[in-house]
Design a protein around this ligand. Structure first.
Ligand code: HCA
Ligand code: CU
Length: 440
């Protein structure tokens, strides 16, 4: 087992929890699916590693026997991916409970993300313990873990940290801090505001100078993104995200939205090592798992390059920057990034045919079309584009028709997917080469 090298942690480490927090999304219910299958999980893992994510949170194996089986498969797949793009640490999300901890250790995780509710709400409704017993229990577990596993990444979170008063949080953190690498301050119910976050971080960082911090922000008020950005600007190095921000209730910070904004706000050190042009494709991948398109409120979306009003269309045709202020092409919202080829999965084929060309079809048909496409692309005339071949297969072999509704709207919607026409002084596209307002 290769141990995580904490010394080489980057200025911002995304801790992606699509396969844990994301799996708690209610969007599954909307689509009569209730979980990611093992195949889904492996595909998402692969995409995350390719994207440059080095910390991936999973459920604890005690959640269910299926989860335990999936963890084994994910670990094997991760091992096969070593060398592709650094080392992806797999972290188990575990309660401060010896049984949970034991199961995670036996499964071979690289690190443990331990948590226990510290707010009065958690004390009353979740575990019934007061702060002193929480602190004692967590300390006992963490002290033993640290003694037995000196190099393992240990994180301790005070769940509902923003409804835990500061003295209470300090009482618990004071005891556990000597044994952990990282303290987590999840905003479990989405009550935090940017100013609360910067105030709290100032005091936490002064009190615990030797540990790093992990942020986890729920979106109940629509603040998950701004709160995460504020946390990063105030020295938080580990940030929990999911693809599309999916999670409990309205979810948490979206991974690509976070990196997109850090890029725009010129924090290049924070986006280093992430494959930014893979942002839109990874959003598409996870959206397809939920049987939906990339939602319109997702910053890295095709919607943000779709122009409807005639006046916008006309302006965009002569100068895209007129209504496109942000570097979406750098984040993969371009024809090149959704370009089809023999490696394309059925998700992309489904998305491409439905979203871009409005063909009416189900998943099963998309899978079949993908099979034919993969066979035929190798023998296709090199002058035929893969997209044209795919459409030919969809129409000729499968008799697909374009959706009526989309057809009637097509004249009104311009999807500006080609190369952008730029003005010479477009200001927002290239980040500066130094960090401007991130505190040391
Ligand atoms: C949960 C709650 C959690 C935990 C976050 C953490 C939250 O679903 O168990 O471990 O830091 O939002 O508090 O996701
Ligand atoms: Cu959460």
């Amino acid at each position: 087992m290769i141990m995580p090298d904490r010394a080489v942690a980057r200025p911002l480490e995304v801790v992606d929890t699509t396969l844990r927090e994301g799996a708690q999304t209610s969007l599954f219910q909307d689509h009569y699916r209730y979980f990611f299958t093992q195949a889904d999980k492996l595909e998402i893992l692969h995409a995350l590693v390719q994207y440059g994510v080095r910390f991936i949170e999973l459920f604890s194996p005690i959640v269910s026997s299926q989860e335990a089986e999936d963890i084994v498969a994910i670990m094997e797949a991760r091992d096969r991916l070593i060398g592709t793009n650094g080392y992806a640490n797999l972290l188990a999300h575990v309660r401060c409970h010896p049984k949970d901890v034991r199961a995670a250790l036996d499964a071979g995780f690289d690190g443990l993300n331990l948590f226990i509710g510290t707010s009065s709400f958690s004390q009353q409704a979740t575990h019934g313990k007061n702060l002193d017993s929480i602190a004692d229990m967590a300390t006992r577990i963490l002290r033993d873990l640290r003694a037995d596993h000196p190099k393992m990444r240990l994180r301790f979170s005070g769940e509902d940290a923003f409804r835990t008063d500061e003295d209470g949080l300090f009482r618990v953190f004071d005891q556990v801090a000597p044994y952990v690498d990282c303290l987590g301050i999840p905003d479990t119910v989405g009550v935090a505001t940017p100013s609360a976050i910067s105030d709290r971080l100032e005091r936490l960082r002064a009190r615990y100078p030797d540990v790093s911090f992990e942020g986890h922000f729920h979106d109940d008020r629509g603040y998950a993104l701004i709160n995460a950005l504020t946390a990063v600007e105030n020295g938080v190095q580990y940030l929990d995200t999911t693809v599309l921000g999916i999670g409990e209730r309205s979810g948490i910070t979206s991974m690509t939205a976070l990196l997109y904004n850090l890029y725009i706000d010129r924090h290049p050190g924070c986006v280093d090592g992430y494959w930014l042009s893979g942002s839109y494709p990874i959003n598409v991948l996870v959206a397809a798992k939920l049987n939906m398109l990339v939602p319109p409120n997702e910053p890295v979306s095709l919607t943000n390059r779709t122009h409807t009003a005639g006046i916008h269309q006309k302006a965009v045709l002569s100068c895209a920057d007129a209504y496109e202020a942000h570097p979406l092409d750098r984040f993969g919202v371009t024809e090149t990034e959704i370009l089809l080829g023999p490696l394309s999965g059925w998700n992309l084929v489904y998305y491409y045919l439905r979203e871009i060309h409005y063909y009416d079809m189900d998943h099963d048909t998309a899978r079949k079309i993908t099979g034919v496409f993969k066979d035929r692309i190798y023998h296709a005339d090199p002058r035929t584009s893969p997209a044209r071949l795919l459409i030919e297969i969809a129409e000729t072999d499968f008799g697909l028709e374009r959706l009526e509704k989309a057809r009637s709207h097509r004249g009104e919607v311009l999807q500006q997917l080609g190369p952008r026409i730029r003005t010479p002084n477009a200001a927002t596209q290239t980040p500066a080469t130094h960090v401007t307002n991130r505190k040391p």
